[in-house]
Design a binder for this molecule. Structure first.
Ligand code: NOJ
Length: 478
């Protein structure tokens, strides 16, 4: 639809920005924190870009007041951050670490002092290493109760002040990269184990939501899904079928479970025929159905374009983690689909296709299929930024990216989507997991690189001032 007049953003719209503990905090072993799987995995040579890790990251643990003051200066309405499970439970379970709880108390209070709505992510990929050692973390049903206990501890501690919560961040990514391609911890390449671990993560997600109802009855909770809506490369029926396959296996496989507590049938049958479906215990589907979220959290960066893939066609391919444009190869599932470059879209240096309309398409699909409100929990552009001699950072490309995506949000609202808020990724620059520090996303430049932490100075980019005005005008001036 082309709207002659667009609806306005609602008055209470959450203009936000996001981060994750491992990517910003540093202080990886301070004040009683236990190691997470990322603390251990990144120390294995060759796992990350130039062997970078989050030991110091951007030192948010020690500089959170300075960072929150910058958020306040910008007029940010909401800040999404994650709690590091191993700061609260260094061993993953058992003894609680009061100093860890205190850190997030202080952060929350600092945000509230400036009227910034805290949005807590309960899990952003950093499972305590102790649980991996004890029982294989997401591969054991023991984690359901341990995760639940950890969640209850933080609900009880912060639930009086925090009303927006995210359960699992990008389950499809931490499970997919952790157990299929083996490039995230625990570095496993085994499809059967992947689907088993994923089912257990689904149960843990549902259980955490069930407990939430008791401890934070007036709050809202949902997962954050890494949503890459699919397109068929052509209108050839085979490609359209490949598109349906990709939707079922890469999106509905997760979102149907979140929203309805069941897996999409064609994907289930396909996996069953290939010996890949997860073990289901009595009561699993009841629990999944009981974990209905209040919103679908969406992390959106790009769409995926697919065509049919023959039975002897391509499988997994290496990801571009260097920023050398054009190094991504086609990948897919033989007999199901394979990815293609979309000839209508430009891509970033990491080969992520830029597609604001795809965000609108995705939101429309969620609205039609699930009828759930949406919270955009991440959207942003990872690029090389240049610190000029006068200390300016002229990230006009980021402004253009965000502007176009916010326009798409307004279009979606005008289409009838209930959108609660929009969090950019990210507020300050941070560690981009496998991609080091050179892939920057922030409004605030942090002066460090892969090998030199320097003084970790914070410098406002051009986009900082731009987003400030977007917030001040409630999205009227883009
Ligand atoms: C998704 C993840 O949640 C976040 O941690 C990551 O850095 C961004 N996407 C960018 O890749």
């Amino acid at each position: 639809m082309i709207h002659e007049k667009k609806d306005k953003f609602p008055a209470n719209f959450l203009w936000g920005s996001a981060s994750a503990a491992y990517q910003v905090e540093g202080a990886w072993d301070k004040d009683g924190k236990g190691p997470s799987v990322w603390d251990v995995y990144t120390k294995v040579p060759g796992t990350t870009y130039e062997n970078t890790n989050g030991d110091v990251a951007v030192d948010h643990y020690n500089r959170y007041k300075e960072d929150v003051a910058l958020m306040a200066e910008m007029g940010l309405k909401a800040y999404r951050f994650s709690v590091a499970w191993s700061r609260i439970y260094p061993e993953g379970r058992g003894e609680v670490n009061e100093k860890g709880l205190q850190f997030y108390d202080d952060l929350i209070n600092e945000l509230l002092k400036y009227g910034i709505e805290p949005i807590i992510t309960l899990y952003h990929w950093d499972v305590p290493q102790a649980l991996l050692d004890a029982y294989g973390a997401w591969e054991s049903r023991e984690i359901i109760e341990d995760f639940n206990q950890y969640c209850i501890t933080v609900y009880k501690r912060y639930g009086d002040r925090v009303k927006y919560w995210v359960t699992l961040n990008e389950q499809n990514i931490f499970i997919g990269l952790g157990y299929r391609s083996g490039i995230h911890p625990p570095g496993v390449k085994d499809l059967k184990r992947m689907y088993e671990a994923n089912h257990i993560a689904n149960l843990a997600n549902a259980k955490a939501i069930q407990s939430f109802r008791k401890y934070v009855p007036d709050g809202k909770i949902g997962p954050s899904f890494a949503y890459s809506p699919n397109y068929a490369l052509t209108c050839c029926p085979n490609d359209v079928l490949a598109f349906e396959n990709a939707e079922d296996l890469s999106n509905n496989w997760w979102m149907d479970v979140y929203a309805w507590g069941k897996y999409p049938k064609a994907a289930w049958n396909y996996l069953e025929k290939n010996g890949l479906i997860p073990t289901v215990h009595e009561g699993d589907f009841e629990l999944l159905a009981a974990g209905k979220p209040d919103f679908m959290g969406v992390n959106y960066y790009r769409t995926t374009t697919v065509e049919m893939n023959p039975l002897d066609g391509v499988g997994e391919a290496k990801m571009n983690t260097t920023g050398k444009k054009g190094t991504t190869k086609e990948s897919g599932v033989p007999g199901v689909y394979k990815t293609k470059r979309n000839p209508h879209l430009e891509a970033t240096n990491w080969d992520w296709e830029i597609d604001p309309q795809g965000l609108r398409v995705g939101m429309r699909r969620i609205e039609s299929r699930y009828g759930l409100p949406i919270l955009i929990t991440e959207n942003g552009l990872g690029e090389f930024d240049k610190l000029e001699e006068d200390e300016a950072i002229n990230d006009d490309y980021r402004i253009a990216y965000l502007r176009a995506h916010i326009e798409a949000c307004q279009d979606a609202i005008s289409d009838g989507v209930e959108l609660l808020g929009y969090c950019t990724w990210s507020f300050t620059d941070l560690l981009s997991w496998l991609n080091g520090y050179q892939k920057r996303y922030g409004f605030v430049y942090v002066d460090r690189d892969e090998h030199d932490e320097k003084e970790l100075r914070r410098l406002k980019k051009k986009s900082f001032y731009w987003y400030k005005n977007v917030i001040a005008t409630n999205g009227e001036q883009l």
